[in-house]
Design a protein around this ligand. Structure first.
Ligand code: FES
Ligand SMILES: [Fe+2]
Length: 455
């Protein structure tokens, strides 16, 4: 294949060259390519992965100042439905306060500080379990036991403090900063890119959260580059484009970046892979492609046949006609980041979203979550959204059968992450060194992180 060489030295074919020959053409956002420029090549200091002081500043500068995914809209169908979103020391109640209104309140009693709600659920008001102070879903004080004893409390003003909320793509976002930029501008190019992938038409079918033995940034970094795939996930090379993955960092865009890995073609590192081997290996790891044999005829490619099979299966399971869906949306890993901690995937066949956050205030532990967002039925109906399955630091992802083949991959990464956190304690080198292109999303993330930390 020939085509413009945008990134010198990257092995081919490029993602764009593959997409150009696909049977069902890709949406326009998939035909864009924007390799990072001007981000520099310096090492990234290790302090940010190990230091308590860095973590404490990060709580102040990042976790209290950025838009974060709190939950899905479908988790709050009725008035009074709420979830608890916690990050570091922060705890919020995110509640449907009225049929068309979602609010977020600081989850602490205004009397002596008790956490108001330990878990989500559905309530008519928030009543503190200690002495019974109560607040309405609008955050107004409704009950003050022995009111005579609190002459200093002005009942009309003793309201729960609020965080900002916003909704995009079926996600409920929160922001603790009263002066934050609007969610609409914070999301930058994301809504435009997700027009073809409409996450609001999906519901949360799987949600697994695991305590990770490393800083939250290390967890996230391991999942936003494909450079580690040949070493860490060797099994995928016959059907996964690792070293020709495309990484996009757009000029002037702070919060969003992207990678695209084509599937159904072999890694550029492998020679002599036949279409039959591609299909056999992919079917071994991804049960989604099971069923009748997939036969590649003369002039056909494994990629085209796998995309066809994916469309058939998705059409059947969703009750929609997806025969015109592009090959790339049917097969490929299309993964965006939203600063600081969300990683929503595009396309249709891999409806994943990751979320990463610190585990309490321990800089060497984190919470990583994997959600699967399946298509709603054509009439918008869907099964109840999945409850979170929590895995301890010692329980492998494979404990959660609902993750399918994602569990093995994530366990391979988790083993490495434990070693990375340990190694960053032992190393005498002051920073980590990043690849200019294949780790450009990580560098872009740190550039934006540095900007927030410097505010
Ligand atoms: S601490 Fe909540 S009512 Fe006393
Ligand atoms: Fe990985």
């Amino acid at each position: 294949m020939t085509g413009p060489v945008i990134v010198q030295g990257r092995p081919g074919p490029s993602v764009q060259e593959v997409l150009a020959t696909d049977k069902n053409p890709a949406p326009d956002v998939m035909r864009m390519e924007s390799p990072a420029a001007g981000l520099g090549l310096e090492d990234i200091g290790i302090e940010r992965y190990v230091s308590q002081a860095w973590h404490d500043r990060e709580v102040e500068k990042v976790w209290r100042r950025t838009w974060q995914i709190a939950c899905r809209v479908e988790e709050l169908p009725d008035v009074g439905d709420h979830i608890i979103y916690e990050v570091a020391s922060e705890s919020l109640i995110v509640v449907r306060a009225a049929p068309d209104q979602i609010k977020a309140y600081v989850n602490a009693c205004l009397h002596r500080g008790t956490i108001l709600r330990k878990d989500g659920g559905c309530v008519k008001q928030f009543r503190c379990p200690f002495h019974g102070f109560s607040w309405s879903l609008q955050g107004k004080l409704t009950d003050l036991p022995a009111a005579w004893d609190f002459p200093q409390i002005n009942r009309a003003e003793f309201n729960l403090s609020e965080a900002k909320t916003g909704v995009w793509g079926g996600f409920v976002f929160i922001n603790l900063d009263p002066d934050c930029e609007p969610l609409e501008s914070y999301l930058e190019i994301l809504p435009r890119h997700f027009e073809s992938f409409a996450l609001e038409d999906r519901y949360k079918a799987v949600h697994v959260a695991k305590i990770m033995p490393c800083n939250w940034k290390l967890s996230m970094e391991a999942f936003i580059e494909a450079y580690h795939v040949p070493m860490a996930h060797t099994q995928t090379l016959p059907y996964y484009g690792d070293s020709n993955t495309q990484y996009d960092v757009w000029p002037g865009v702070r919060h969003v970046n992207r990678m695209i890995s084509v599937q159904g073609i072999a890694s550029p590192a492998l020679d002599d892979i036949t279409p039959e081997m591609i299909i056999k290996n992919m079917r071994r790891d991804v049960p989604f492609f099971d069923g009748d044999p997939i036969v590649v005829g003369p002039g056909e490619t494994a990629r085209a046949k796998l995309a066809e099979r994916a469309r058939e299966k998705m059409s059947r399971s969703s009750g929609r006609d997806l025969s015109q869906l592009s090959d790339t949306e049917s097969l490929d890993l299309i993964q965006y980041s939203l600063f600081p901690n969300a990683v929503p995937w595009g396309g249709q066949s891999l409806p994943v979203c990751y979320r990463f956050r610190p585990y309490g205030n321990n800089p060497e532990m984190s919470i990583m979550e994997i959600m699967f967002l399946f298509a709603k039925a054509a009439d918008g109906s869907h099964p109840p959204p999945a409850k979170i399955r929590w895995l301890s630091v010692d329980e492998p992802w494979a404990t959660a059968p609902e993750l399918g083949s994602a569990a093995r991959i994530s366990d391979q990464d988790t083993d490495n992450l434990k070693r990375i956190q340990r190694g960053l304690r032992a190393t005498k080198k002051p920073g980590v060194t990043l690849a200019a292109y294949q780790e450009s999303r990580i560098r872009h993330f740190h550039r934006t992180l540095d900007e927030y930390m410097a505010r």
